[in-house]
Design a protein around this ligand. Sequence first.
Ligand SMILES: *[C@@H]1O[C@H](CO)[C@@H](O)[C@H](O)[C@H]1NC(C)=O
Ligand SMILES: *[C@@H]1O[C@H](CO)[C@@H](O)[C@H](O)[C@H]1NC(C)=O
Ligand SMILES: [Zn+2]
Length: 368
Amino acid sequence: MVKLLSSSVTVLVLAIASVQAQTTINPADYPAPNAIPPVNSPQVVAWLKEIDLTGAPNIKIHTGQPPACPNPPIKDECYWTCDGCAADDIVKCKRPNTWGLTFDDGPSPDTTNLLNYLKKTQVAATFFLIGTNVVQHPDIVKREATDGHHLASHTWSHHALTTLTNEQIVAEMKWTEKAVMDATGLRLKYMRPPYGDINNRVRFVLKKLGYIPVDWTGDAFDTNDWQMPTMAETAVLSTFTKSLDTYAASNRSSGFYCLEHDLNAMTVGVAQKLIPLGMARNISIASVPVCENDASPYQLGGTAPMPTLPGATVTVSATISATKSGSPSATTTAGSSGGNKKASGAESNKVLGSMIMAVAVVAGLVLV
Ligand SMILES: *[C@@H]1O[C@H](CO)[C@@H](O)[C@H](O)[C@H]1NC(C)=O
Ligand SMILES: *[C@@H]1O[C@H](CO)[C@@H](O)[C@H](O)[C@H]1NC(C)=O
Ligand SMILES: [Zn+2]
């Protein structure tokens, strides 16, 4: 377990505190909560003008939330939840021995409790945000970014995307993008489809908007937290323990993405029991861009600078030790994927603000 000096944590916070609020969020300026936004509003009409949807696969719109699988299957639909076809969606974490930690459906009032835990544990995650919730809790979203977590989209209203028209998908994605941009200045790049409900028509529209879909590594890595309290916490823990044991016994040559939620006190509570199970098996924990080794975790066109996320570009190990006085005598050794960078904590005052130093210091955050 790597321990960071509080002074190092301060360096980290300064380094990533460039995330800014651009405007104050007024929910009245956004579509109605939890409903598919209208496609004839001036904003959506303008967004639709920016992209060309001609050539979208002509696959019939499904019904049901989530929809039943078509029987017989539709040829060339590539419907992930029905036939396991992922096309070029991301389904597993590229980084070896790594749990790609993701939380869907937030922010909720309970997210703050989770953020406190993640900070204490020095773990960074990706949050797949629902736009409706972003405008309710913009300060929590801001804190997620300044704490070093990665923000991504989970649509405006959490409807199954294969049940929406192409234009409705645009409205769902762009309103959520605007909400997070207004809260943080960051323009989202990754998304997770609600219910994992995605086919080639949905993928076509998402690609036009610059989004990369992230599914999860199959049923074994669904934590089932969303089934609580119908499913008892003990059952959630024992089921996921089996998946972690199976993974730990494998060659761990690639990592995995879980399905997990910062939805309510139960899911946020069980998260704090699940994460230690991974750590006990020496599985590293990282956000999506760290898994994917993506130094540009957001789309261009945001109004905040591209942040460097904890663990980004750093692959292996770090040791940080310090005297009890907290004087700047820490030594930091970080292994980087692109050649070794070494930095001494004693020099941290000189290089404060240098992104290279920030990367070295934050290396400790993904290590267990
Ligand atoms: C690790 O296991 C997977 C299958 O579980 C296999 O495809 C892969 O080749 C193995 N990698 C190594 C380096 O042994
Ligand atoms: C823990 O995992 C890291 C890679 O993530 C590996 O280098 C190290 O040897 C592992 N330690 C143990 C005790 O298995
Ligand atoms: Zn969801």
